[in-house]
Design a protein around this ligand. Structure first.
Ligand SMILES: [Fe+2]
Ligand SMILES: [Fe+2]
Length: 307
């Protein structure tokens, strides 16, 4: 790929400097703390089953716990492609601006750390719950989904990555910190908080990368990146469906509840809707993502319903 010299060294320098200042270790977040399974783990807005009156309060709590597990499980799985994607960008031009390369490599390393954070959270949640939770991602599916995402061009990958990162801001700042500070487990809320602190640097790098990638692309090529983004969305959507089935299966196993077929359908619908709401709606309606999308291509953004 041709070298593009139009990078902004000062901005990449500032991103790395902030990243060094706010960096954390998984150990610093967990310390000697455990999750408290006697209470809800995440806000009700993450689950949205409160209207299902056939569920007891204890069963609602179990669903809340399962959704908290699903979130860290899925985030860890989705982040698998990011270091490979970023190191690919570095390999395209390893004599590029040094500050840009450093920002990309650091970004990738942080995502590896996030995956470890989420894996530790999975183990900690299961220990607190006293049972195992269903996982959509086994080794085979993780490789399959990661390959499917990486099969798409860099601009589409960078766009979905940016959307997810802005989404992680809303997961902490909007749904926990502003609206429901007392509805979340303190350790779980810290995981969201510290993840977002590093993701907020990644969004800055992501915007710079999008600008650079779009240089030299025709309007039609940029618009088609949004079709490719929707194609990645299809891959991710299948994961949501699969993880909801894992939630339903764990729920029935743990509670021993034999729900009527119509109740299972209502529960499945509610869980599918809330799963998409906390990932897709939250990410693609973030004002900053919408701004980036429209600035890049009005025609492309319209394919996501952004005008
Ligand atoms: Fe991350
Ligand atoms: Fe990130």
């Amino acid at each position: 790929m041709a070298t593009n010299k139009c990078t902004n060294s000062e901005e990449y320098c500032a991103i790395v400097a902030t990243s060094e200042r706010v960096a954390w270790t998984t150990e610093e977040i967990f310390r000697d703390r455990c999750f408290d399974a006697t209470k809800n783990m995440v806000p009700d807005s993450w689950v949205r089953t409160q209207h299902l009156t056939f569920l007891t309060a204890k069963e609602q709590r179990t669903l809340n716990h399962l959704r908290a597990f699903s979130y860290v499980h899925l985030f860890g799985g989705f982040e698998e492609f990011i270091p490979i994607h970023l190191f690919g960008r570095v390999q395209e031009d390893w004599h590029a601006d040094r500050t840009q390369l450093r920002a990309l490599l650091r970004f990738g390393e942080e995502e590896m750390k996030h995956q470890q954070l989420f894996q530790r959270a999975e183990v900690g949640l299961e220990a607190a719950y006293g049972y195992s939770c269903g996982r959509y991602f086994d080794r085979g599916r993780l490789v399959e989904v990661t390959r499917a995402i990486l099969a798409h061009p860099p601009l589409a990958r960078t766009l979905i990555l940016l959307a997810l990162e802005w989404g992680s801001q809303r997961h902490y700042v909007d749904s926990v910190q502003k609206n429901a500070p007392d509805q979340s487990d303190p350790l779980y809320a810290d995981i969201l908080k510290y993840h977002w602190i590093e993701e907020s640097q990644h969004t800055k790098t992501g915007e710079l990368e999008i600008t650079q990638l779009a240089q030299g692309m025709s309007p039609a090529e940029i618009s088609s990146a949004f079709d490719q983004l929707l194609s990645i969305g299809g891959v991710v959507d299948a994961v949501f469906t699969g993880q909801v089935e894992q939630e339903l299966s764990t729920f029935q196993h743990v509670t021993g509840r034999q729900l009527a077929e119509s109740d299972v359908m209502a529960l499945r619908d509610a869980l599918n809707m809330s799963m998409r709401a906390i990932w897709v709606e939250v990410s693609f309606t973030h004002p900053n993502f919408m701004r980036v999308a429209v600035d890049l291509s009005k025609e492309g953004a319209a394919k996501l319903g952004i005008r």
